[in-house]
Design a protein around this ligand. Structure first.
Ligand code: SAM
Ligand code: SF4
Length: 330
């Protein structure tokens, strides 16, 4: 089988696919209050196109897919798409990143389809702050979803974007959640992908600072052996059931073993979160590309994968990093 290997010898096995650019929330760190300019529906990849792209990539060694967005559950028929994807036996893992607002009624179906993990985004344990961050008043529903997910068979991770001056005082509380719950809390460094650009803040909260904050509350922190291509540095409090981790998304200290590619909801192929897109697959497919053409394109395109996110950023045509995470697919 031909494989996707970049010029640094890294094999690409993980696809992050954005289902849509639409979202039902308006998180401060992801988009402006009025939202983003969403594309025409016809410009989104169809499910058929997404299915085909995933199948072709899986024939080139991709065995893990994360479905994200925008909010994947706002797109009609997402569950049917998941069902078709679940028949692809090249895929060992299908995971979803979601804000959780619309998933509670689908949890048993996700279990039935063999979905592996859900990453739930939750940046605060305080209702007022939740409203301030997401600009929507659905804290209680999100907490209910958290409980339902904990009671399910799905592996659960919590994504917590660290927002200086907003939720940094909750780092200890989030870690405390791992005492009795089988959950992986992951603190994410904030990136400038918010539709406007890098926010000016008085404090810098990077991996080291987040870890130091954790040390204020816990003395018995055990570093875990991370998988080679892990996106986070992971830890456990001795005797606790769950784990916590820090994703150095902005300081980009663990890019070296990256095994990921991204495809945006409009079909833009991205070798790195920080590049501004390498190739539009949607247009290539709509112009009649065969599966072999697609394979050739993917093999060629991963050759351009930069060594890390800093090189990707330096190579951008559009130098300002300001697009919304919702259009990229987080
Ligand atoms: N809507 C879903 C959600 O929020 O989980 C999926 C898409 S969202 C873009 C994927 C992840 O990206 C979320 O965990 C979110 O917190 C994270 N994210 C969004 N904007 C970010 C930013 N500027 N910096 C760091 N993480 C960000
Ligand atoms: Fe929507 Fe997710 Fe962005 Fe929040 S982070 S606005 S939930 S896409």
């Amino acid at each position: 089988m031909k494989k996707l290997v970049d010029k640094f010898g890294r094999q690409i096995t993980y696809l992050r696919l954005a289902i849509t650019d639409r979202c039902n929330l308006r998180c401060q760190y992801c988009m402006p209050a009025h939202g983003i300019d969403i594309v025409d529906r016809k410009d989104l990849l169809s499910y058929k196109e997404m299915y085909r792209i995933t199948r072709v990539l899986s024939e080139l060694g991709v065995n893990k897919v994360r479905l994200t967005g925008g909010e994947p559950f706002v797109r009609k028929d997402f569950i049917n798409f998941l069902e078709s994807l679940s028949f692809n036996d090249h895929l060992d893992q299908i995971n979803i990143t979601t804000n959780g607002a619309l998933i509670s009624k689908h949890i048993s179906k996700l279990e039935e389809l063999g979905i592996n993990a859900v990453n739930l985004s939750l940046d605060t344990l305080n209702a007022d702050k939740f409203k301030q961050i997401t600009r929507r008043d659905i804290f209680d529903e999100t907490m209910q979803t958290l409980d339902q997910l904990l009671a399910s068979e799905l592996t659960l991770k919590l994504n917590v974007v660290i927002l200086p001056g907003v939720n940094t005082n909750e780092i200890g509380d989030f870690i405390a959640l791992t005492k009795n719950k089988n959950i992986a809390v992951r603190f994410i460094e904030e990136m400038p992908f918010n539709g406007v650009g890098l926010r000016k803040t008085d404090e810098v909260w990077n991996l080291n600072r987040i870890f130091k904050e954790a040390e204020k509350y816990f003395t018995n922190i055990i570093p875990l052996d991370d998988k080679k291509s892990s996106t986070s540095k992971n830890f456990k409090i001795k005797g606790y059931r769950g784990t916590f981790g820090i994703i150095p998304a902005f300081t980009r200290t663990i890019c070296g073993d990256c095994n990921r590619i991204r495809i945006t909801s409009t079909g833009m192929f991205k070798n790195c979160l920080f590049d501004d897109g390498v190739f539009n697959i949607r247009d290539f497919i709509r112009n009649g590309a065969s599966d072999d053409d697609l394979k050739e394109l993917f093999i060629k395109t991963v050759q351009q994968k930069p060594i890390n996110g800093f090189v990707a950023e330096a190579n951008r045509k559009n130098k300002k990093v300001s697009e919304s995470m919702s259009t990229i697919g987080g």
